[in-house]
Design a protein around this ligand. Structure first.
Ligand code: DGL
Length: 277
């Protein structure tokens, strides 16, 4: 891929609002891109789908997104979609894809007690891809897997409400019992709970996600840098890298249209309406 001086369009896809923090992170650290975000609310939640149907759905989405906005690259800002469909998408389309996978590698670097918790969808937790990440980077660690589907549903549909902290408390208790010192957010939705987690869990665990790794991978692909390079990303303060005017949000179903328009507003994205998948 060659480096473009004009803003490059990058598409971000998730079952809902989970991938938004990934797009805002990339926009804040890479000034010369614009983002198109698809919340596939018509197919939410991905975590309960059969792998084949999810893969087919993502193929249709990418086809439509290419017609609609011709992105130079697609980021699957969703762990479930990435473990299930990344290789299929790469074989079907002549553009680069960036996948999101649970940040086991950085967690393994940080965990002193060698006890790591992973919160994700059931689909991600049972996927062989997670096992191979663990075998490659954290073979000596004890891994506690916690499916947190109820939490994902709450984040997606009640974003503006105060969250019921009981679920977070009971998840924290499971990690405590396992003596985990590091927790991997293996579903992109959980990043929206960063503050709530800090409030509930204090400093009991180091909480890790994969935003930085994804932004760095976008930057590498844009600049033809080798996969093992570690490019420094500009550290732009929020006001110097505004998201407004550089990001659009689409949804795939009219259900909850006003709610999603409000979400787009909240993050200073323009709202592009429905992508007919
Ligand atoms: N945000 C998605 C992920 O990272 C999952 C949410 C869903 O089940 O739809 O896995």
């Amino acid at each position: 891929m060659t480096y473009h001086s004009a803003p490059l369009t990058i598409a971000f896809v998730d079952s809902g609002i989970g991938g938004i923090p990934y797009m805002t992170h990339a926009l804040r650290h890479i000034p010369d891109i614009r983002g198109v975000y698809l919340a596939d609310n018509g197919f939410f939640p991905y975590g309960i789908r059969e792998p084949e149907e999810l893969s087919e759905r993502l193929v249709s989405i990418v086809r439509k997104l290419r017609e609609q906005s011709d992105p130079a690259m697609v980021v699957l800002a969703c762990n479930t979609a990435s473990v299930v469909a990344l290789s299929e998408l790469r074989s079907r389309f002549p553009i680069p894809f960036v996948g999101t996978v649970p940040a086991i590698k950085p967690a393994a670097l940080h965990s002193r007690r060698r006890r790591i918790g992973v919160m994700a969808t059931e689909q991600t937790l049972k996927d062989p891809y997670l096992d191979s990440l663990i075998a490659d980077y954290a073979a000596d660690a004890e891994i506690t897997r916690v499916p947190a589907t109820g939490l994902i549903e709450g984040i997606e549909h009640r974003f503006f409400d105060d969250m019921d902290g009981d679920l977070l408390e009971s998840i924290g208790a499971q990690f405590d019992r396992a003596d985990s010192d590091t927790v991997v957010l293996g579903c992109t939705h959980f990043i929206h709970l960063e503050h709530a987690m800090r409030a509930k869990w204090g400093s009991r665990f180091r909480v890790i996600d994969s935003r930085e790794g994804i932004t760095r991978q976008i930057f590498r692909l844009m600049n033809n840098l080798p996969a093992d390079s570690y490019p420094r990303l500009p550290e732009l303060p929020e006001h110097e890298a505004p998201v407004a005017g550089r990001a659009m949000m689409l949804i795939s179903s009219a259900e909850g249209l006003d709610y999603y328009r409000r979400i787009a507003d909240h993050f200073s994205f323009s709202f592009g309406g429905i992508l007919d998948v």
